[in-house]
Design a protein around this ligand. Structure first.
Ligand SMILES: NC(=O)C1=CN([C@@H]2O[C@H](COP(=O)(O)OP(=O)(O)OC[C@H]3O[C@@H](n4cnc5c(N)ncnc54)[C@H](OP(=O)(O)O)[C@@H]3O)[C@@H](O)[C@H]2O)C=CC1
Ligand SMILES: Cc1cn([C@H]2C[C@H](O)[C@@H](COP(=O)(O)OP(=O)(O)O[C@H]3O[C@@H](C)C(=O)[C@@H](O)[C@H]3O)O2)c(=O)[nH]c1=O
Length: 302
């Protein structure tokens, strides 16, 4: 099975890499902008900017993937709110490019989506929940889902939530590392206690992608963690785990703590469908940060 990955330098992309390399029945092609950030990948890496339709067509026609896993996106939610053209180009126009190239080689298309397509009025949500985005990033990701659903391809849409983990040279941080970093520096942080998520270990999301690819699963699947937590809960559990000073964490609500882009209040996913149909089973949040802490130690020892 030939699998092409987009955004392979990202958090999910870097976690997908060893999973696919470990399965000798898979011939991978990892792609992202510029050079690969992972050592030893040159023979299975191709630079590919997904907003460049010609580049996408050239790589697809040469590799002829059986399955495509599209992890690439503009994921800085606040930047998406202000730079809407760049957001739409990366998150929607690019998906049109990838879908068109996938059609030419009849590939199964796996697209990664988000809880931010929902309005946060209630949660946790199953796959039938009605989308209503409250920020532009969410609008772009919902538009991308529509492109995929109307593509005529065999497709999976995997929705996830608040991904955390650590890799080399990440283009964005995540809540666990942000909390740990600030508390280690003795900085106070204000953290919301009225937003709700099911935070997702990047390794679990990568496994969900792998399971969907192996089965060429058709339809929408929620692939997230299984603990329903507020960012404040996440911060406290992170501080407890790493033995950091919890008094530096102040609980606030979303009226007092605002970001340029609105966040949906209550999301989080029900993952029963992925469990039943894909055999997906995530780590608990505590198991996840334990794994992350072990990786931090390994990185520090290098
Ligand atoms: N992180 C999260 O909390 C969540 C993420 N998701 C979704 O999961 C997917 C993966 O997210 P995650 O790995 O965390 O995000 P990252 O930001 O870590 O990775 C995204 C990758 O996409 C690449 N990319 C962006 N634009 C292009 C382009 N034009 N051409 C090629 N590559 C491009 C980036 O490249 P570069 O490194 O050069 O910037 C980056 O490596 C995304 O689709 C995101 O919307 C959904 C819910 C939660
Ligand atoms: C920076 C910050 C965040 N928060 C809260 C807000 C939010 O609920 C949570 C994470 O905020 P961030 O801005 O770090 O992350 P955010 O941009 O909300 O993360 C989103 O990323 C995109 C890609 C997705 O698809 C979403 O699922 C979601 O994971 O932490 C605070 O309470 N205080 C703070 O100072």
């Amino acid at each position: 099975m030939k699998i092409l990955v987009t955004g392979s330098n990202g958090l999910l992309g870097q976690k997908l890499t060893p999973v696919l390399l470990n399965d000798k029945t898979i011939t991978p092609c990892f792609t992202s902008r510029g050079k690969t950030v992972l050592p030893g990948l040159d023979s299975v890496f191709k630079p590919m900017d997904i907003t460049d339709a010609d580049a996408v067509d050239t790589v697809f026609n040469a590799f002829k993937p059986d399955v495509v896993i599209n992890t690439a996106a503009m994921t800085m939610v606040d930047q998406c709110e202000t730079d809407r053209d760049a957001c739409w180009l990366a998150n929607v126009t690019s998906v049109e490019n990838l879908v068109s190239a996938s059609r030419a080689v009849n590939a199964h298309f796996i697209h990664i989506s988000t809880d931010f397509i929902f309005d946060g009025s209630h949660g946790p949500l199953d796959e039938q929940a009605q989308p209503r985005p409250v920020n532009f990033y969410g609008e772009s990701k919902l538009a991308a889902e529509t492109v995929v659903m109307n593509s005529g391809l065999s497709w999976s849409i995997l929705r996830t939530v608040l991904v955390y983990g650590i890799t080399n040279d990440m283009s964005r941080s995540n809540i666990v590392l942000w909390v740990k970093d600030n508390l280690e520096k003795g900085k106070t942080i204000k953290v919301v206690n009225d937003q709700w998520r099911t935070p997702t270990l990047a390794e679990d999301l990568a496994m969900g992608c792998y399971l969907a690819a192996k089965k060429r699963a058709k339809g929408v699947y929620n692939i997230s963690g299984k603990d329903f937590l507020s960012p404040y809960d996440i911060a406290i559990k992170t501080a407890d785990f790493f033995g950091l000073d919890k008094s530096l964490i102040t609980a606030v609500d979303s009226n007092t703590f605002t970001q340029p882009a609105r966040r949906p209040l209550k999301t989080g996913f029900i993952i029963d469908k992925a469990r039943k149909e894909l055999g997906y089973e995530p780590h608990s949040f505590i198991e996840g940060i334990k794994l992350l802490s072990e990786q931090i130690l390994v990185q520090a020892a290098k």
